[in-house]
Design a protein around this ligand. Structure first.
Ligand code: UDP
Ligand code: MG
Length: 311
């Protein structure tokens, strides 16, 4: 039977959230009177979430479990969700109920109006630390400034994608991913729907600072050459400075000024330029490593068990 709506949620150790997620999604989706499925992508959980997902799938055929062989990360789990979802429209949401399932009908309403990407905009955030809010706000603004893709401000991965968009995204197999950037990059008719981001239903965040930092790097390197170009700008500036400095120093010498004799000045200049060069070597390394990962061409994820894939 064709499926109208797919709800995709990546799950990494969300044992206490799964029953509530299922209950609320089922309530909202049965009220639509359409066919639906809940694709739960288990991203290598080790707290019993896997078994809980299997139990649900055994009693309700709406639940489609995709179980990873290990933890591959949120972005990859979202990708697997795109791959396994069969619906005409696919909704991506977190499993911790920070994205309320009750917003889904609003997204669907916009989709029915003809929009192909309907993203949920966080008008308010509840129960998050000021550190998370400040870094998130800063992150979105930096990405907006330096990337070529205009990713709408304050949106997460909570969004509805039309089948056409999902099929396009499925052809993009890059390893270091930033799904919301990719969804913005493909174009189509897009619109935002404001919502209030809730606090986590249970458990703690699975996104420590290190993972957020990695995501930010993926976003920047995946959509911008700016860090590479920065080296060029910097090189021109310091070379320009040197060219101006040469006649200045010569003239000062000729008229008998004893300036710039100090070792300290030399040392600082050497350390500074050495540091700058190492930083840009690191930037090159970031891009090179990503190229290496693409060249290896490994699969994005490995599933232990999953339903038959269509398309
Ligand atoms: N998640 C995942 N793999 C990971 C980390 C997180 O699938 O390696 C899932 C997690 O279970 C949740 C969603 O991604 O459904 C968002 O994670 P979380 O709520 O911890 O992030 P936050 O909302 O704190 O940014
Ligand atoms: Mg969360």
């Amino acid at each position: 039977m064709p499926v109208k709506f797919s709800i995709v949620a990546p799950v990494f150790n969300e044992l206490e959230n799964i029953p509530e997620l299922y209950r609320r999604v089922a309530a909202v989706m049965s009220a639509t009177g359409e066919t639906w499925e809940l694709v739960l992508v288990d991203d290598g959980s080790n707290d019993g979430s896997t078994e809980r997902i299997r139990e649900l799938a055994a009693v309700d055929k709406h639940v489609r479990p995709v179980i990873f062989a290990r933890n591959f990360g949120h972005q990859i789990a979202v990708t697997a969700g795109w791959d396994y979802a069969r619906g005409e429209a696919v909704v991506i949401m977190d499993a911790d109920l920070q994205d309320p399932p009750e917003v889904i009908p609003d997204l669907i309403a916009r989709w029915r109006e003809g929009y192909e990407v309907v993203y949920a905009v966080r008008a308010e955030r509840e129960g998050e630390t000021w550190f998370k809010k400040v870094t998130a706000a800063l992150f979105y603004r930096i990405i907006y400034r330096i990337t070529d893709v205009k990713i709408p401000l304050d949106t997460g991965d909570f969004r509805l994608l039309d089948r056409k968009v999902v099929d396009t995204l499925k052809t993009m197999r890059e390893h270091h991913r930033f799904p919301r950037g990719m969804a913005a990059w493909v174009g189509f008719r897009q619109i935002g729907v404001p919502y209030k981001r809730a606090a986590r239903h249970a458990g703690v965040t699975k996104y420590p600072f290190s993972k957020m930092f990695k995501l930010a790097l993926n976003a920047i390197t995946g959509f911008s050459y700016f860090p590479l170009q920065l080296a060029t700008y910097f090189g021109f500036t310091s070379a320009g400075l040197a060219i101006v400095a040469i006649p200045v120093v010569i003239i000062m010498r000729v008229i008998g000024h004893g300036a710039f004799l100090g070792q300290a000045t030399t040392l600082i200049a050497v350390l500074f330029l050495g540091g700058v060069q190492l930083i840009f070597l690191g930037v090159l390394g970031e891009y090179l490593g990503r190229i290496y990962d693409e060249v290896k061409g490994r699969p994005l994820y490995i599933v232990r068990e999953a339903p038959e894939r269509e398309g």
